[in-house]
Design a protein around this ligand. Structure first.
Ligand code: UDX
Length: 433
């Protein structure tokens, strides 16, 4: 088949490379010349394990093509995927500007024959019907177009694996032609198939992300009780998670969820609830606990640091990505700067993006050891594997005071006591030297 992806972010580029790797001819359309030129040369722009190799392989095989123009790609495509961002507007609503803008361009470039337009972008219920109306309005008379919603569940850092091995492939459409074409395209992909209508497919995506956010906020909510009572959150959640009806997965307490999806989709679902006249207190609570989790760590830092020169390990919203969108680190750093802290930071992939926000307000380091030199406290905000068995003796020697605030519970308190640190983590008794 020939397929086009509009958008080359974590979803668009990864999925495009995977389908190219199956032998399809794939076009990827972007709107920034500089980025398209880099992609053509095999630079994926984003950091995602394995993506560079997959991109370069398929460029070499001449199966993936990058362009700014709709002219060549759209007329020859059997399926066109919309994979552009739907960022939050100020009021929390998902911004659909890019989705409608690209849909109009797709519609205008359709030629005689049948094309399936499939929306991978996360969009509110009813959006695909609006896209359908728009495509019908702008398309040439002799072009036949069918619309489908095909939401994506890949996680950054595991994006290629998740694309090949999703738990489920959702295809929402009111057209058999669209469903058949997408079923055929996904044939090499694992996972259960869910064939459904457009609105259900749209809501499946929001429900999944809201449920994940709920699990995390629930774990964090319980951690607040632990901190007040001396209970140990890991013991509590491990025991609770043994109940098969509940499970332990996705209930790791910490500084809260970040990234480009969970926070944005919870906000958008709340906003949709307001529009639909639904009481959103439940989701308001999920969002509020997430904000409290960040503040909780911040308050510990403000209360227990002995002076204002500190260092941070981990800036990205989770490990194995360079993404800092809605990352807890951004909030924590902004607040600490307001309180007059001098901050040195270290991350394995997020420094370049962090510089775009904070420029010379921070000192950036390329070594997890150098960054802690002379600092009065170390704050851990992302659980990169590299920190888990790092030489803590060396860290302690370099620091002015052996004080660690761990927002991801990567160490055992007992071990930190033995290592001679004061150690504050989430939902566990602090170790005070
Ligand atoms: C998420 C969904 O998992 C994915 O299915 C969807 O398609 C896109 O959004 P992603 O944003 O890549 O994926 O990250 P995810 O692994 O879900 O983590 C989101 C945030 O939750 C991270 O900040 C992570 O640190 C945090 N998290 C996750 C916790 O705080 N505790 C947990 O137990 C799990």
């Amino acid at each position: 088949m020939t397929i086009t992806f509009i958008g080359h972010g974590y979803v668009g580029l990864v999925t495009a490379c995977v389908f190219a790797d199956f032998g399809n001819k794939v076009w990827v359309i972007g709107h920034t010349k500089e980025k398209i030129e880099r992609l053509k040369k095999g630079d994926p722009i984003i950091y995602e394990p394995g993506l560079k190799e997959l991109l370069q392989k398929n460029l070499k095989e001449n199966r993936i093509h990058f362009t700014l123009d709709y002219e060549n790609a759209i007329p020859e495509s059997d399926i066109v995927f919309i994979a552009v961002g739907t960022p939050s507007k100020k009021n929390g609503e998902a911004s659909l500007d890019s989705v409608f803008e690209v849909a109009e361009k797709i519609g205008k470039h359709l030629k005689k024959g049948t094309t399936v337009v499939s929306c991978k972008s996360t969009v509110p219920m009813g959006t695909n019907n609006k896209l359908k109306a728009l495509l019908f309005r702008v398309k040439p008379k002799n072009a036949e177009v069918f619309i489908a919603s095909c939401p994506e569940f890949l996680r950054e850092g595991n994006a290629i694996y998740d694309t090949l091995n999703p738990d489920r492939v959702i295809i929402g459409s009111d057209s058999k032609k669209a469903t058949d074409a997408l079923t055929e395209l996904h044939r090499p992909i694992n996972g259960k198939r869910v064939i459904t209508d457009l609105a259900s497919a749209e809501l499946i995506k929001y429900t999944s992300n809201a449920m994940l956010a709920t699990k995390i906020s629930f774990a964090n909510f319980i951690s607040f009780y632990c901190e007040k009572t001396g209970a140990d959150v890991e013991t509590v959640l491990n025991a609770v998670g043994l109940d098969k009806r509940i499970g332990r997965i996705f209930m790791d307490p910490g500084v809260g969820y970040g990234g480009s999806c969970l926070p944005k989709d919870v906000r958008a679902l709340i906003k949709m609830g307001h529009t639909l006249g639904i009481d959103t207190q439940f989701l308001d609570g999920v969002k509020s606990v997430n904000e409290q989790s960040r503040k909780n760590l911040l308050n510990k830092i403000l209360k227990h640091t002995r002076d204002k020169t500190i260092s941070i390990w981990g800036l990205t919203f989770k490990p194995n990505t360079d993404d800092i969108r809605d990352a807890p680190s951004v909030f924590v750093i902004q607040e600490l700067l307001k309180h007059g802290y001098t901050i040195s930071v270290y991350d394995l992939a997020g420094i370049a993006n962090m510089r775009k926000i904070f420029a010379d307000q921070l000192t950036y380091h390329v070594s997890p050891y150098e960054v802690v030199r002379n600092s009065s406290a170390l704050v851990i905000l992302t659980e990169w594997n590299d920190f888990k068995q790092i030489d803590l003796k060396k860290v302690k020697k370099l620091m002015r005071y052996p004080l660690i605030f761990d927002g991801r519970n990567i160490y055992e308190p007992k071990m930190m006591k033995e290592a001679g640190f004061s150690y504050f983590s989430v939902g566990r008794k602090p170790i005070l030297k």
